[in-house]
Design a protein around this ligand. Structure first.
Ligand SMILES: [Zn+2]
Length: 756
């Protein structure tokens, strides 16, 4: 495959000299990343294109060839995986040249084109009742909140996946067909929103919309047509972006993965329009996430939302730690910033997150992708299966392991930059430069590069000296070089190279402790860029390979009380030396064995440890035990619950509503309404006796009507911010809360069915 057109790189080359190599130019040769790529290929090939395409055929009015998939592919987000699938096929084909991937990609594209032609107006999509839905939007009939737009589950997020997939199919494989479908789809969208006022567009943008702005920035780069750039700008979500432009941090409580892809779009627009203020706001966002909201392995958020920067306790307690999609998008943003700023320091975060989060989110033998990575001690993670699991993190997971070659190397006009220590080959055909990198890193502290040149050639090889490298030297053909590098920079070796020249990079990693960003007493062991964790048990791994249930992506097995977790007790300077190295990146920690977290699968694990002086230990453990007992006791009598305003839980409980606002205050999510909201809860085996509905505000019910299964609720009591309702005889509990006078109801916090 020839190198794809330079036109794509306008945004990189206009301001900065650094450019990416294409995936075709780099091959991963061995090691855990190569394994991950192979395992992902199996998973990709197990998915059935006709099942992924079914929602598109249904919407276009064609008979389907196979049934659509279940799970998220048939409860509103129909068609989202097909978009990711296009991206994954295109990138993995570019990375491997496997012909089956290309023929699948071509098949997907021709079916999508068939649907687009049938629809006749440029539209193609899998969103249920798409035609009716978009017609309402076109007419300005818009009611949006966090994830429901006119009671459809994140439709712009969904269609953005298709935009991105088509773009990737063109970018990575040069498919003209993909470009044609994409441009028509883009033109349809431009027409769709043409009659809408800025205010109406802003109300659409209240609902999660993925990277729709990025897609229009990409369309502009692709075609040079100004209307696309104008559309990208119009799709800037002001309520979110203006505080960043004003250097304010309003992120706490926001749905995390809703925000990150927006910012990727704003960065692209900033580059295209040379807007320094926007560049600064994007950098501010990146630093905010990386420096104050990310844990050791690079992930962020709890139950999909940003927690307060000074309090990570909710994340420590939750079985829903950082979501994989967030890191997928943070790496995409980091890559943009690295090239746009020519700044190698961005790669420290990229490398950290690549090894510890991204690589770790795929089962290395059986395949399957992880959604949440809890930091709760002694909890575990669950994996998707090709036939049952259609989550967002499956979509991004399909892509994650197809493009490990994207940043191992980069280049400017004449010189090579080596960024990551991953065994691989580079073939820069245009310059007649080939090289092979041999390394077992992170299991050894060195990497060797062997050059293969058509003829002698003068150029520079720049080798990244990572932030974590305590000592760093470069030898050329056995001779130590006098290099002037420092941490987070490049060591440059300029000379006339000949075929067979060998470069040996030697460095030193050491182990250190890293606190959570809130500076509480939780620490993780980190060696070089590698986060360590201990397997603690292989018992009670409920739902390890997920079924098709709505919340199958969360590890819902029993939680081990926090006070039973291993803690570091003693003087501050004793914690690090407690871990004794036993080789191969393994460390003995009393009865535990630490190992790279990316190796930890099929097990409960501990990554974070609490530290105590002996006196603190006695005091704090008692308190922790008490709190744990109360929290776990409430969970034990809970049959079902909904936290109002939290996306997955609400969708899982058939949320519907109109004129509803949701938010996050006083450390809690909430939702109110000026019309109605409703949820459906399950009271399995009639075990539950009461439904408790809690509010954040004063409990004023003068404009509130509550029905259960369409009948007035039997309210037992309403005090202390809790409404207690009897549900003894109902297996399905459909709760509807209505405002009787179109004024806002109190802010509802939680609905919980309990046994006693
Ligand atoms: Zn996800």
């Amino acid at each position: 495959m020839k190198k794809i057109l330079f036109a794509f790189f306008i945004s990189y080359s206009a301001l900065a000299q650094m450019q990416p190599f294409t995936l075709q130019e780099v091959r991963i040769t061995e090691g855990p990343f190569k394994n991950a790529q192979d395992v992902d290929m199996q998973y990709i090939l197990e998915l059935e294109p006709d099942r992924l395409l079914a929602p598109y055929l249904i919407d276009a009015g064609f008979p389907t060839k196979q049934d659509r998939y279940g799970n998220w592919e048939s409860i509103g987000l129909d068609g989202h995986i097909a978009g990711h699938y296009l991206s994954a096929l295109a990138m993995l084909y570019a990375s491997t040249d496997e012909p089956e991937l290309k023929s699948r990609l071509d098949y997907m594209l021709s079916e999508l084109e068939r649907c687009q032609n049938k629809n006749g107006n440029g539209y193609v999509g899998g969103i249920p009742q798409g035609k009716i839905f978009w017609e309402r939007i076109h007419k300005g009939d818009i009611d949006g909140s966090g994830f429901g737009l006119n009671n459809t589950w994140v439709p712009l997020y969904n269609i953005h996946k298709l935009f991105a997939g088509l773009y990737d199919a063109y970018y990575y494989t040069g498919s003209e067909q993909a470009k044609n479908i994409l441009v028509k789809l883009g033109d349809w969208f431009v027409e769709l929103i043409a009659p809408l006022s800025d205010e109406q567009i802003q109300s659409i943008l209240r609902t999660e919309h993925g990277g729709i702005a990025e897609s229009f920035a990409d369309l502009y780069t692709l075609t040079g047509k100004d209307i696309y750039l104008q559309t990208a700008k119009k799709l800037t979500h002001k309520n979110f972006f203006e505080p960043l432009l004003n250097k304010e941090d309003k992120l706490t409580g926001m749905h995390a993965n809703t925000q990150i892809p927006k910012v990727i779009g704003y960065e692209k627009v900033a580059e295209l329009t040379d807007n320094k203020d926007w560049n600064e706001a994007v950098k501010l966002f990146w630093h905010n996430i990386v420096d104050t909201r990310s844990v050791a392995f690079g992930g962020n958020s709890v139950a999909e939302h940003f927690n307060p920067v000074d309090d990570f306790s909710s994340m420590v307690k939750s079985n829903q730690g950082p979501e994989s999609c967030n890191s997928y998008n943070m790496l995409r943003l980091t890559k943009e910033l690295y090239f746009n700023n020519n700044d190698v320091s961005y790669l420290d975060f990229y490398e950290r997150t690549l090894y510890n989060h991204i690589l770790s989110t795929q089962h290395p033998e059986k395949g399957g992708f992880v959604y949440f990575t809890p930091i709760r001690p002694n909890h575990y993670r669950v994996y998707s299966q090709p036939s049952t699991s259609m989550w967002c993190c499956v979509g991004s997971g399909l892509e994650n392991h197809t493009k490990y070659g994207e940043l191992i190397y980069s280049h400017n006009e004449n010189d090579v930059f080596m960024n990551l220590f991953i065994p691989s080959t580079l073939n820069w055909e245009e310059k007649g430069i080939q090289l092979t990198q041999n390394t077992k890193f992170p299991y050894e502290d060195q990497s060797e590069i062997v050059l293969n040149l058509k003829k002698k050639k003068a150029f520079a090889i720049n080798i990244r000296q990572p932030k974590w490298a305590g000592y760093f030297e470069v030898l050329v053909n056995g001779k130590v070089q006098n290099i002037q590098a420092k941490s987070s920079s490049y060591a440059t070796i300029s000379r006339t190279w000949k075929s067979g020249d060998k470069i040996l990079v030697r460095f030193k990693t050491s182990t250190r402790l890293e606190n959570l960003p809130d500076d509480s007493n939780w620490v993780a062991y980190v060696n070089g860029p590698i986060v360590l964790a201990a397997k603690t048990s292989t018992e009670d791994l409920d739902g390890l390979f997920a079924d098709d249930s709505r919340m199958g992506h969360a590890a819902h097995g029993k939680m081990i009380p926090l006070d039973e977790a291993y803690a570091l007790v003693g003087d501050k300077d004793s914690y690090l030396s407690k871990a004794k190295e036993i080789g191969n990146l393994r460390f003995r920690l009393d009865s535990l064995e630490l190992q790279p977290f990316f190796e930890v699968h099929d097990a409960r694990y501990q990554m974070y440890f609490q530290t105590y002086s002996p006196q603190e230990y006695i005091e704090k453990q008692e308190l922790l035990k008490q709190q744990e007992m109360e929290a776990l006791a409430l969970e034990a009598i809970t049959i079902d619950k909904v936290s109002c305003g939290e996306q997955q839980v609400e969708v899982g409980h058939n949320y519907e509503g109109e004129k509803s606002n949701s938010g996050y205050d006083e450390g809690k999510f909430w939702r109110n309404t000026r019309a109605y909201i409703s949820y459906q809860l399950s009271n399995n085996n009639l075990e539950g006796k009461f439904l408790d509905i809690t509010v954040l505000d004063e409990l004023k019910l003068d404009n509130v009507e509550i029905t259960v299964n369409n009948k007035p609720a039997e309210i037992i009591s309403a005090e202390n911010k809790t409404i207690k309702i009897g549900v003894t005889d109902k297996e399905v509990v459909k709760v509807k809360i209505t405002s009787t006078n179109e004024r806002p109801t109190p802010r509802f916090y939680e609905l919980r069915i309990i046994k006693e």
